[in-house]
Design a protein around this ligand. Sequence first.
Ligand SMILES: NC(=O)c1ccc[n+]([C@@H]2O[C@H](COP(=O)([O-])OP(=O)(O)OC[C@H]3O[C@@H](n4cnc5c(N)ncnc54)[C@H](OP(=O)(O)O)[C@@H]3O)[C@@H](O)[C@H]2O)c1
Length: 343
Amino acid sequence: MSSQPANANRQILLAERPSGEPRESSFRLAEGPVPDPGEDEVLVRSLFLSVDPYMRGRMRDVKSYAPPIQLDEVMVGGVVGEVVRSNQSGLETGDIVLGMLGWQDYAVAKPGQLHKLDPRIQPISLALGVLGMPGLTAYFGLLDIGQPKDGETVVVSAASGAVGAVVGQIAKIKGCRVVGTAGSDAKVEYIMNELGFDAGINYKTAGNLGAALDAACPAGIDVYFDNVGGPLTDAVIARINERARLIICGQISQYNAEKPEMGPRNLFHFIRARARMEGFLIFDHAARYAEGQAALGQWIVDGKIKYREDVMDGLENAPKAFIRMLRGENFGKQLVHVADPSA
Ligand SMILES: NC(=O)c1ccc[n+]([C@@H]2O[C@H](COP(=O)([O-])OP(=O)(O)OC[C@H]3O[C@@H](n4cnc5c(N)ncnc54)[C@H](OP(=O)(O)O)[C@@H]3O)[C@@H](O)[C@H]2O)c1
């Protein structure tokens, strides 16, 4: 089990801007005093932290939808934590909260930075997974942009992951034929046998991806939820149906690339199919998170959405958890368990 110091704050800092795959030495563990909350501020102790693909982008010094992490700054990230001191009305010691507090044992949050969680919703780590950013990404990305209809074929990549697994299950709820791609036979078995997908493709061993998609999607592809980009996306584009909708959610196959791959070149298929491709960013949907959480929560209660977590223990292991997730060694939502709640 992890041991969290009571009177010191461990922090994982960005030590270098990695070229290619991040290494453990791309990060540095530092220790300092536990910060003091000021007026209207709250001191939070981390319990779970999330490691997510977008963090690879923040390690680069390039213009994006969010500013880069600076060298020697704490790694960003969503945290579920416990309030240990509060100078803010509405939050009390012992409350379980969600916030972008970063890879550290303790953080001070300003007004508006925390979201109080309902402790009856267990496990509390769901707020970082199916009921949090990844689940909401699946919900709004698929339903708003993808608009899946009964009987249509939906393909989702990184299908066993935090976002992909929820996308596929929502598409099943909407009556679609659902095809997932994933990087191991165990993941393909999981999406088919546990999550009820109609077909699965191990993109690492399938050989000819186009032939594998033809076999799995005999009626073509109406909706593609793209988490990975690269050759798989090219193969999907060649098989889109008229009026297909493509949700560009992630391009993880490119995140470690020093030079982005060329492509896609086969855009003529969009003319043939009069199809649409749209980039998606979850923060655009912040005003509707409650709606998404309510729907996802009900589907979990009804047994229509299952989830899987992959939990690594110890704040000091956050870099390891991040690196293994980027390599596809995670099986389910990758989390880091930092400490248990006090009560
Ligand atoms: N736009 C947004 O607002 C938004 C929000 C959340 C997430 N996302 C994106 O959604 C995607 C999934 O995120 P997640 O949190 O659910 O992560 P995840 O799927 O739980 O974990 C990442 C997975 O990506 C796959 N992967 C890694 N390298 C790959 C490669 N070269 N080619 C194909 N697949 C590869 C691996 O699965 P396999 O074993 O199957 O390869 C790995 O398990 C990411 O691209 C992320 O950036 C976007």
